[in-house]
Write a protein that binds this ligand. Structure first.
Ligand SMILES: C[S@@+](CC[C@H](N)C(=O)[O-])C[C@H]1O[C@@H](n2cnc3c(N)ncnc32)[C@H](O)[C@@H]1O
Length: 355
């Protein structure tokens, strides 16, 4: 198993003989990730976890190793795949990748219409309806995410023709409308990770907020204030619905608008979040002026796959910020593989002194 680089996330490695008991401990503590798959080999089991702060206490009786591992995303149940393989033996199985996510009551597939027949996709949809009791509608993301609002074309496959649902991430309820606003359930752990770093009283600026998962996680976790800005009115409308549905400890101020139009505030925010991975880096100098000295800018940026992505990102930051401020890169890691040639980098930048 490779450590770091491809699609790393936090996990613990344990000898097989200790696996079952430690799994129960992790579930009890709410630490076992629901979006990544457990990996088993001859001698060891690797559990994906969501947080490491209490792990010494929780696994004190076990011989565990805490590290980053390449956990695959949770995907279709093997029995569903087996059934489809036997029903459609002539499909080019070694070329087909079936990605699958459960978003509330919606099953969202990613099946390439260029490589599969509509009959096959509908059959997959029906199989999912039969195998996942909570799912009432199966949709297919039929092309890539595009445009300023980052939404994608959707093909309805089975069940109800509905695009809206309530999705739950670690106790946070998120109103989702896949036809009108961006949402990606595979970011759940990143939403949660970030919310655990936020302190009571923090002022957050969530630029490119979408339906607001970062702000919702933060305001659920602690008494912070988050200004959530998105240019898509439907995204903000969904966020407002979610604010009313969750019991939040903090406050969220939703704003429909252009992320680049905040003026007249300087050195104000404890943390700025920028999740527009096509171009977050272009907003770095702008957000540097808005963040406090000692504050953090968390941003996500797509780059092509390469050997030393951290050095590449460091050079991009230096090009943007140059000598305009003192900063320190706290973390810079590959968050997820977006395509065979593209990865998303997750970066935390501490602005020590701006201006
Ligand atoms: C990748 S999505 C991120 C959504 C959210 N942060 C999440 O984690 O689910 C990017 C969002 O940026 C918004 N957006 C794009 N350009 C923008 C701009 N100039 N100002 C504000 N929002 C913008 C889109 O509408 C979209 O909701």
């Amino acid at each position: 198993m490779k450590l770091i680089n491809e699609n790393p996330s936090l996990g613990v490695k344990l000898p097989r003989i200790q696996a079952e008991n430690s799994r129960l401990q992790l579930i009890k503590a709410g630490l076992l990730s629901k979006t990544k798959k457990i990996i088993r080999n001859h001698n060891y089991v690797y559990f994906p976890i969501t947080d490491s702060s209490n792990i010494t206490k929780i696994l004190k009786d076990y011989e565990y190793q805490l590290d980053y591992f390449d956990f695959p995303e949770e995907n279709l149940k093997p029995k569903v795949i087996d059934k489809l393989r036997s029903s459609f033996p002539n499909e080019p199985w070694n070329e087909i990748s079936i990605k699958f996510d459960q978003i509330g009551e919606i099953g969202l597939l990613r099946l390439d219409p260029q490589k599969t027949t509509r009959e096959f996709r509908i059959q997959v949809g029906n199989e999912i309806l039969n195998s996942y009791p909570k799912i009432t509608s199966v949709l297919n993301k039929s092309d890539i995410t595009e445009g300023i609002n980052r939404i994608f074309p959707i093909e309805h496959l089975a069940g109800e023709k509905k695009f809206e649902s309530w999705h739950k991430e670690y106790g946070v309820l998120i109103k989702v409308d896949l036809q009108r606003a961006y949402f990606n359930p595979r970011l759940a752990e990143e939403h949660r990770r970030l919310s655990k770093e936020v302190k009571s009283g923090d002022r957050i600026l969530d630029l490119f907020a979408g339906v607001g998962p970062f702000s919702l996680h933060c305001a659920k976790a602690t008494n912070c204030t988050s200004i959530a800005v998105d240019i898509n009115p439907y995204a903000i409308q969904n966020l407002t619905t979610s604010i009313n549905r969750n019991k939040l400890n903090g406050t969220i101020i939703p704003i429909i608008g252009d992320a680049g139009s905040i003026f007249g505030i300087k050195n104000y925010f404890d943390r700025i979040i920028m999740n527009l991975p096509d171009s977050s880096i272009e907003y770095l100098e702008y957000s540097m002026n808005l963040v406090k000295n000692g504050g953090i800018i968390t941003f996500y940026q797509f780059i092509r796959k390469m050997d030393k992505p951290d050095e590449f990102i460091s050079a991009l930051i230096s090009k943007q910020l140059g000598k305009k401020c003192d900063y320190e890169i706290l973390t810079c890691r590959v968050g997820r593989e977006v395509s065979p040639s593209k990865v998303q980098m997750n970066v935390d930048l501490n602005i020590l002194k701006n201006g």
